[in-house]
Design a protein around this ligand. Structure first.
Ligand code: OKP
Ligand code: ZN
Length: 345
């Protein structure tokens, strides 16, 4: 198994995020990627840089052109207004607002394209999120050319909350969705996405909601109590041609391995029934008992079990890093999952 990683992913360094009513140091920090990298290196996995992509076609297959243009230029516009630090939104579209009228002024655009105040746009955000998307896409490339059976895309920031034209939840471009679309455009015909991050992958769900060639399965904290709050319920099953190709397993706060593994078995069964040719694993390790912003109770041994159950699907698999904020544990937890997939390609 190879790991893809770009040091450009360290450039995005939010000063603070808005958390429980105050500005606190960002949980989604560069140290996360460094700690995972250190653990992956210690485990002896090969690490390589992503390929460089000449254009943005792979991004545009998933995201709205105006959204990409906004992400690329927002921080420069923020500075041009004489402001300091990181760009944050303060006003959002009312329910039912027109999706076809993009505000001209920056504060309007920040609200139009975002869903929360925890996701600052910094001087390094564009290069970092672009590097993360390229990292995931490079992993997809290795998979669909048959070079590798399992690839780990060490992505930062995460991506699964980002939809076609909304960023939020620490996510800007949807790395897993971009890689999934790339796989579909290069030979894969049925792709399952399994999202095991603590938070529901609302962006990924929305991007593929009407698609019959992509199954989205997610195990996460009940949105009644946890971010992203407004999607992730068990009656969201897809729409149109995609009806039946979306499955959510919301679980209560405090969930440990016993009930988690039952949901995982059910999700894996759904994936087997779908009969995909390729799997994309959105791997968040913020389900850890030590995670500072989450409330599940998995430990290192449980992550080994999680990896083993998913590896038993025996599919070409792209593993894309999502969340995980317990800095001392994320490396060990990621490696515990990857370990189940190691071995001859
Ligand atoms: C990203 B991923 C706390 C409220 C906002 C955002 C959580 C984003 C999680 N400041 N929380 O799914 O790990
Ligand atoms: Zn998460």
């Amino acid at each position: 198994m190879r790991t893809i990683y770009s040091p450009d992913q360290l450039l995005h360094a939010p000063r603070t995020e808005f958390h429980r009513g105050e500005l606190v140091p960002g949980f989604e920090c560069p140290q996360r990627a460094e700690n995972v990298l250190t653990a992956v290196r210690a485990a002896g996995l090969a690490i390589e840089a992503p390929a460089s992509f000449d254009d943005e076609q792979h991004l545009l297959r998933v995201h709205q052109p105006e959204f990409i243009e906004f992400l690329r230029t927002a921080h420069d516009q923020w500075l041009a207004l004489g402001r300091d630090g990181d760009a944050l939104p303060a006003t959002w579209p009312v329910r039912g607002a027109r999706p076809d009228r993009i505000p001209v002024e920056l504060d309007g655009k920040l609200g139009f394209f975002s869903c929360d105040m925890a996701t600052p746009i910094t001087a390094g955000t564009w290069r970092t999120t672009r590097a993360a998307a390229d990292t995931a896409t490079s992993g997809a490339q290795l998979l669909c050319t048959g070079v590798e059976k399992t690839v780990f895309a060490l992505c930062r920031p995460p991506g699964h909350h980002a939809s076609r034209n909304v960023y939020g939840g620490y996510c800007y471009l949807n790395n897993a969705a971009i890689a999934t679309q790339y796989l579909g455009d290069h030979g894969a015909s049925r792709i399952a996405i399994l999202d095991v991050d603590y938070h529901h992958g609302n962006g990924t769900q929305q991007i593929f909601y009407d698609r019959s060639d992509v199954l989205f399965a997610s195990i996460h904290a009940d949105p009644a109590t946890d971010y992203p709050y407004f999607l992730g319920h068990d009656d969201e099953t897809g729409i149109g041609e995609g009806t039946g190709c979306n499955v959510n397993f919301p679980l209560p706060r405090g969930t440990g391995w016993q009930s988690y593994s039952e949901a995982l078995d059910a999700a894996c069964q759904r994936i087997e029934d779908f009969a995909p040719d390729t799997l994309v694993l959105s791997l968040g390790v913020d389900t850890s008992e030590n995670d500072p912003i989450s409330a599940f109770r998995l430990n290192t041994e449980d992550y080994r079990g999680l990896g083993q159950r998913i590896a038993r699907l025996d599919l070409p698999t792209l593993i894309v890093l999502e969340g995980g904020y317990a800095l001392d544990d994320i490396g060990a937890h990621v490696v515990a999952v990857l370990g189940a997939f190691s071995g001859p390609g």
